[in-house]
Design a protein around this ligand. Structure first.
Ligand code: FEO
Ligand code: CA
Ligand code: CA
Ligand code: CA
Length: 671
């Protein structure tokens, strides 16, 4: 059955050119204004951020590395969700990491990093921990734009110390037991909050992405079962490391459980500080009720544990199960969906976090298999699946073990290894589901190097740029599918590749989507479907390959539907000795991306990633996050050498920030 696409939409802006300047470029007739940057106060009694590394109170300041975000319109009573309110709202912003420490501390971090075994000043750790998590702020319409309400009772931070309830099948599992919660019901903190989603009952969902790198694992961490060792390895907590920040070794002023919990070592001498399972309490989708600051924040374990990006709901239908789509952003990982056991009752739309317990704790988790003929299947991750129950490499104890080790369960089920699943979304105009596959580059296990090419991940490329050899899928692509019978809970689907990233002049065998100078890009990452303008899609980039030609960007897109293009043979560019890339791969490509259906809307300042976008319900304002401008110069001490001073200018340290974009004539954004 032919899908309907929103073909009557037309862009109302002229595309912006690629840019390598340290400015935020938007189309003529548009204005961009910074709303909330790293360290800005979220309470009225907090002093302005000095941006010199001396402000330590991130519990009352915007966190760092702004990532995904969601606008929740507020009702007139000022106490709940109104999806149609453009006057007043809560903005929930993920603060993914705090890693550009040259900009965050007065003169860089002390005893920092996975190699260090020296104690770190607790004051530094506290600041980094508090700059992670989520920032919630109230905003109100002021003229054509929005201002922060710093007096709002809703303004708050959720950080890497906030207490979370563990909910769903892994709650009370012995695999979740820690010294903090011996019964396995709670944990402290959320980490690497990257992509997002929101529920039909008005709560914010946030994905814990690269949490695996945070833990100290000592050389003598040896007292583990074979299963524990296999699980650690599968999740990337392999050899001895102090963890990304060396957070477990605080100096004497902070020598407590709060720091020791980052040490997951299991040694004969460590029984009294038993945090060996703490890594099992990270890697989840967390649910936060923005309108109820006193509600417990929860980790929804039924949705599986991996390097979560966001969690995107299919359009809810009364009487049908709800469906949420998710990506696991690591090389050669999987795409998942969760189908609720409970059928949707629209009256739950006003119940806030209470509804989360009803829908998100019981259901079935699936992993996706993309067949080479353009069809696909959903593989259930339960012990009723014989491939999981009888898996030779790992003996699953129960469903808690399955969700905690969802990657291993998906291996057992036979899911398709993808080119780093980043963000996704459901097109309100067609019901089709999109997920970006940002890239898959590694000389050891990139696409086509060790992981075979397939129709859904068909590109291998090798090129030497300066001293770096790029090998694998360097430009990324966006896959999409249509569920059988247009039923989100279906077991099968049809897919194609909506868009392939490429340089416009790369040649038609690489530039498979026919990109032009007005819309060429690499490494799609954030994508987001407008609700105000059904059929309008935003695409954001996190590029490591095309940055010699342009800073990261955001494009507006008017996608068609699965099957509107053609099948193509891809001949891969080079054949390394260790690859199986010496083949042509047949894939399915969506319609050509002419500038009338894909147009560059924004280019960020230097060294940033453009990530996170949401809108006012009237479609007249969009909010965009600029993440880590200048990050490559964070260890430089001379401000003149910073690659970016955005947004403050002069010699300022660069900061991540939420930007508000409006049209000067007050009209709708983009179309
Ligand atoms: Fe935090 Fe996969 O982006
Ligand atoms: Ca991302
Ligand atoms: Ca990325
Ligand atoms: Ca980034």
């Amino acid at each position: 059955k032919a899908a309907k696409a929103a073909t009557n939409l037309r862009f109302n802006f002229s595309p912006v050119a690629k840019s390598t300047t340290d400015t935020l470029v938007v189309p003529e007739g548009y204005t961009a204004r910074v709303l909330l940057a790293t360290g800005d106060p979220i309470k009225s009694n907090v002093t302005p951020y000095k941006n010199d590394g001396t402000d330590n109170d991130f519990e009352v300041r915007a966190g760092d590395h702004h990532d995904a975000m969601q606008y929740f319109g507020m009702n007139r009573a000022g106490n709940g969700w109104d999806p149609n309110s453009s006057d007043r709202a809560l903005l929930c912003i993920n603060n993914e990491v705090c890693e550009d420490l040259g900009f965050v501390h007065p003169s860089g971090p002390t005893n920092y990093g996975p190699e260090s075994t020296e104690a770190r000043p607790a004051i530094e750790i506290d600041k980094e921990v508090a700059a992670h998590g989520v920032t919630i702020v109230e905003i109100a319409k002021q003229g054509s734009t929005y201002d922060l309400n710093r007096d709002s009772r809703f303004n708050r931070r959720i950080t890497a110390t906030t207490t979370f309830e563990l909910a769903g099948p892994a709650r009370r599992s012995p695999m979740m037991a820690t010294a903090f919660s011996p019964s396995g019901q709670q944990t402290r903190g959320t980490l690497n909050n990257c992509g997002h989603g929101y529920t039909p009952w008005g709560t914010f969902l946030s994905g814990e992405e690269n949490w695996a790198g945070y833990f100290n694992r000592r050389e003598d961490d040896a007292v583990r079962t074979a299963k524990e060792v296999a699980a650690f390895k599968r999740y990337g907590i392999g050899g001895a490391t102090s963890g990304r920040y060396n957070w477990s070794r605080a100096d004497a002023t902070g020598n407590t459980d709060l720091y020791k919990r980052w040490d997951v070592s299991k040694t004969a001498s460590r029984a009294e500080q038993d945090f060996r399972n703490v890594a099992n309490t990270f890697g989840w989708v967390v649910e936060i009720d923005p309108f109820n600051p006193n509600a417990t924040t929860k980790k929804r374990t039924a949705l599986g544990r991996f390097a979560h990006e966001g969690c995107w709901s299919a359009t809810p239908v009364a009487g049908q199960p709800l469906v949420f789509y998710m990506g696991d952003d690591a090389r050669n990982e999987y795409i998942y969906k969760f189908v609720t056991a409970a059928a949707w009752e629209p009256r739950d739309a006003n119940r806030g976090a209470v509804a989360g317990d009803k829908y998100l704790d019981e259901g079935t988790l699936y992993a996706a298999k993309f067949n080479d003929d353009g069809t696909g299947e959903w593989l259930p991750l339960t012990l009723d699946n014989p491939n999981i129950a009888n898996y030779a490499s790992y003996d699953f104890a129960d469903q808690a073990d399955v969700v905690i080790n969802a990657r291993i369960a998906a291996d057992a089920a036979g899911a398709t290894k993808m080119d780093r699943p980043e963000w996704g979304g459901v097109n309100p105009a067609t019901g089709e589901v999109y997920i970006t596959l940002t890239n898959n580059v590694s000389s050891s296990n990139g696409r086509g190097v060790k992981t075979p090419l397939d129709a859904a991940n068909p590109r291998y490329y090798a090129e030497e740029k300066e001293t770096t050899i790029s090998q694998g899928n360097v430009n990324g692509h966006i896959i999409r599918w249509r569920e059988s019978d247009d039923t989100p809970a279906a077991m099968a689907f049809n897919w194609d590749v909506y868009l392939f990233g490429a340089q416009a002049d790369a040649g038609e065998n690489i530039n498979l989507s026919g990109l032009t100078a007005e819309n060429d890009f690499s490494s799609p990452d954030g994508i987001w479907f407008s609700q105000a303008t059904p059929g309008l899609l935003w695409v954001q980039t996190d590029d490591g390959y095309y940055t010699d030609a342009t800073n990261c960007m955001m494009l507006a897109a008017l996608p068609g539907a699965v099957g509107d293009g053609e099948s193509k043979m891809v001949t891969n560019k080079a054949v390394p000795s260790n690859a199986n890339a010496d083949q042509q791969v047949k894939t399915y490509v969506g319609q050509a991306a002419s500038p009338t259906v894909l147009s560059r809307f924004l280019v960020g300042p230097r060294d940033c990633e453009v990530t996170g976008i949401t809108e006012s319900p009237d479609g007249k304002v969009i909010f965009v996050n600029i993440q880590h401008p200048g990050e490559s110069s964070e260890s430089v001490t001379d401000p003149a050498q910073f690659t970016s001073h955005w947004p403050d200018g002069g010699t300022a340290r660069p900061r991540s920030a939420t930007v508000v974009i409006t049209r000067n004539d007050g009209g709708k954004i983009a179309v």
